[in-house]
Design a protein around this ligand. Structure first.
Ligand code: XMP
Length: 507
């Protein structure tokens, strides 16, 4: 496997994604990680980019003496500059920021990296500093017209530096460059596949859990579903799943999801707790207060249900790798803008040990593993849906009546996306019930009813998002259907804000 040291670049996770796409397993750790990492466990090391400059006084200055010359080492962007700087090379502020596409105009095809890379290959630059002078035993292996040191190697050892970003898809041959390093130089075998992951994980889980019982909360989403099926493969009937109806799910979702889980052979208990949630939400209008209320009831219900599984020793969770990376990141857990994700968290006194079979996987890998496990596309292809569900899509206080209205609106919109083949082109979609009324006219009558906003976004990971330019004809049809069929709604608007500065949800 490959070790990636993170210096805080926005692209670090992409390096890992690309390496994994080569079917080579890799792990990311912050450069300042404690305890120190045992390099003998890895076949090569990659140093990431960074928002810092080596010219800053307090720039990360990472000691590579344990790695350099002992095993293959590749510095990317800041990583490359740091290696050059540490060895007496010169790094200087660029005259202007180098950002965007560039073409290589020199490639040393005799170097172990860049072997099959075509002349003029397009690469992606994103840096404010540039290497102007290399130390003696460093040799340039690629340049562009404005950047003489686009890549270098150290003579006599397997150390390389790349100024641009091979991990970004705009670097057309970046994947082959990484392959040259990971496979060619480091000698990694390309045998890390979803199938091998499933086999290895099931074996590990069997060993770790033995005859222990595990409880897992299902949400209907991709992660918890795949985690459950994987655990089920390992321990069968010793896995107890709980699926809570919080009264804030989509129309018919509770029954249909419960059905598909049963179809997968899971032992699932569906718990109808709608009223508990509605009662706790009564009169609450502040989004964070609503989130807390929903989280609290969820924990109460889950706790009550899990007491029924008397011998349970473990709590299964669908945590995925980006959550893990975030919690150990260079800067520490990033500031929470909303009290997000994975409703609740369980009270300490439940004293269950946690088992997280997906905590080394990225989202797209979770889907691939799900496919290997024969989980239906209907579950794997689902849009993300927030834990507090429609509770944060009804602006203001939540009531059963409002939920019923929003469920109808949402259903018309989502079903419409599916019927028009648009569902898979959209990363997430939904409807918001606004706390305003507007005047309308139906037949001869004046109406004074609710307004709903539709939202559909494209995104990679929910961190940034853009609104989707859905066809006007589609929006017209959906708007008509909603106003004609859903009693109490007389106006539909479409949200055309990107994130940032807006967020995906309205609360
Ligand atoms: P925002 O609104 O912050 O949402 O742009 C980004 C992604 O996170 C989801 N989201 C949540 N998920 N609990 C969750 O489990 C929450 O409280 C929550 N709030 C937002 C949102 O649906 C989007 O996918």
């Amino acid at each position: 496997k490959i070790l990636i040291y993170d210096f805080g670049s926005q692209y670090t996770q992409l390096i890992a994604r690309r390496v994994r796409e080569l079917n080579v397993y890799c792990e990311i750790f912050p450069y300042n990680h404690e305890p120190k990492i045992n390099h003998a466990d890895y076949k090569g090391v990659i140093l990431s980019g960074s928002p810092h400059s080596v010219l800053e006084d307090d720039a990360p200055n990472f000691d590579v003496s344990d790695i350099r010359g002992k095993m293959p080492l590749l510095g990317v962007c800041f990583g490359a500059q740091m290696l050059a700087h540490q060895n007496g090379g010169t790094v200087a502020r660029s005259e202007h920021r180098e950002y965007g596409r560039a073409n290589l105009d020199f490639i040393d095809h005799t170097s172990p990296m860049f072997k099959g890379i075509p002349a003029e290959s397009q690469v992606w630059m994103s840096h404010g500093d540039t290497i102007t002078n290399l130390p003696d035993n460093f040799k340039v292996i690629a340049s562009t017209s404005s950047i003489p040191v686009a890549a270098y190697r150290l003579l006599g050892e397997e150390t390389f530096g790349i100024q641009f970003h091979p991990e970004v898809t705009h670097s057309k041959d970046g994947k082959f460059m990484l392959q040259d390093f990971v496979v060619g130089v480091c000698g990694c075998k390309q045998d890390w596949t979803p199938e091998s992951f499933v086999d290895a994980t099931v074996a590990e889980l069997k060993e770790k859990l033995g005859d222990d019982e595990v409880i897992l909360g299902l949400s209907g989403g991709v992660d918890s579903s795949v985690a459950a099926v994987l655990l089920h493969r390992a321990i069968g009937k010793n896995l107890y799943c709980i699926f809570v109806d919080n009264g804030l799910l989509r129309k018919n979702e509770f029954d249909s999801v419960l059905e598909s889980y049963k179809g997968l052979g899971l032992n699932v208990k569906g718990v109808n707790s709608k009223d508990l949630f509605y009662t706790e939400l009564e009169g609450k209008t502040d989004p964070e207060a609503k989130r807390k209320a929903i989280g609290k009831v969820f924990v109460d219900v889950f706790e009550m249900e899990s007491k029924l599984v008397e011998n349970a020793k473990w709590l299964g969770q669908g945590t995925i790798y980006p959550d893990v990376i975030e919690s150990i990141s260079v800067k520490g857990p990033s500031a929470t803008i909303k009290s997000h994700h994975n409703v609740g968290g369980l009270p300490d006194y439940m004293k269950l040990k946690v088992v997280e079979p997906l905590n080394t996987l990225f989202k797209d890998e979770v889907r691939l593993v799900g496919k290997t496990l024969n989980i239906p596309d209907e579950i794997l292809g689902r849009h993300p849906f927030p834990g507090p569900g429609l509770g944060i899509r009804i602006l203001g206080d939540v009531t059963a009546e409002k939920v019923a209205i929003l469920q109808e609106v949402d259903h018309i919109f989502i079903q419409g996306l599916k019927d028009h083949g648009l569902y898979d082109q959209v990363w997430q979609a939904g409807a918001m019930l606004l706390p305003v009324q507007s005047v309308g006219v139906m037949g001869d009558e004046r109406t004074y009813e609710k307004v709903v906003a539709l939202r559909a976004v494209s995104s990679l990971d929910g961190m940034t998002a853009d609104w989707v330019h859905l066809p006007y004809e589609f929006l017209a049809e959906i708007s008509n259907n909603i106003i004609n069929r859903v009693k109490g709604v007389n106006r539909v608007v479409y949200d055309i804000s990107s994130k940032p500065p807006a967020t995906i949800e309205w609360e």
